[in-house]
Design a binder for this molecule. Structure first.
Ligand code: ADE
Length: 247
């Protein structure tokens, strides 16, 4: 049984793909699915594109066409809390769709019909991901060049577990951060895909876990940090953490 690996960052996909062997590819619905071995374990890797719809269709195809029973999402996110720093890793425990609002029919954030405000990740796969992320970050001085660490201020990166919020918005203002902190105080970071994939995995009974490397602080300069970070750091993290989980 293969592990499904999804990312919304082409940089991450490329670094994982470069480490894969016995690769074959198949195109479905504008996505390329790479089947092969990663550290000798069977995986199917796919770039999800950005946003909840793209992530949901990709996850559905991955599950349906490749018989995936476990899925890991790797990517970057914007930090929503002061104690978090660029280069820290958040492993998700519960995933909100922060732009879901069917009031007055349902409470804010509640997914209609199924009556859930958030989706929980799989407990044991999440534990494995936390362990792998911690092991990777402990060895970070060997994995990240000194120039990059100082450029992004990554000195002592840590792993956090908690809430992740997904929505079809790139967050880059203090006002928005304050809203998140008020309405969803247990959410550590924001991104654009995770909770959509979590909903698909819930519907198909697939074990789901997610790690996000913090690329920015969701403030005015978030887009600058984000692009640089994606190119120079995110891919190293994704591959390094997957190596720890698969070896
Ligand atoms: N992914 C990385 N940073 C983000 C941000 N600030 N908002 C939404 N998604 C992100």
């Amino acid at each position: 049984m293969s592990l499904g690996i999804m990312s919304a960052m082409p940089e991450e996909i490329n670094s994982v793909l470069n480490a894969m062997t016995s690769v074959s590819s198949a195109v479905h619905g504008n996505r390329t699915f790479y089947k092969g071995l990663l550290y000798k374990k069977p995986v199917v890797l796919v770039f999800s594109n950005w946003g909840k719809v793209a992530a949901a269709t990709t996850a559905t195809q991955l599950i349906q066409s490749f018989n995936i029973k476990k899925l890991i999402f790797t990517g970057v996110a914007g930090a929503l809390q002061e104690h978090l720093n660029i280069g820290d890793v958040v492993v998700g425990k519960h995933l909100y769709q922060h732009d879901m609002d069917a009031r007055p029919l349902y409470e804010q954030f509640e997914i209609p019909i199924i009556k859930k405000k958030f989706f929980k990740t799989d407990v044991s796969l999440t534990k494995e991901l936390v362990k792998a992320s911690e092991a990777y970050l402990q060895a970070i001085p060997n994995n990240l060049s000194h120039t990059l660490s100082s450029e992004f201020g990554i000195t002592n990166p840590k792993v956090f577990t908690g809430g992740i919020a997904s929505g079809d918005q790139f967050i880059s203002s203090i006002e928005k951060i304050e809203q998140f902190n008020k309405n969803l105080p247990d959410v550590l970071c924001v991104e654009m895909e995770g909770a959509a994939v979590a909903q698909v995995c819930f519907d198909y009974k697939v074990c789901f876990a997610i790690m996000r490397t913090l690329s920015d602080k969701a403030k005015a300069n978030a887009s600058i940090d984000f692009q640089k970070f994606a190119k120079q750091v995110a891919s190293t993290y994704a591959l390094g953490i997957l190596e720890k989980i698969l070896m």
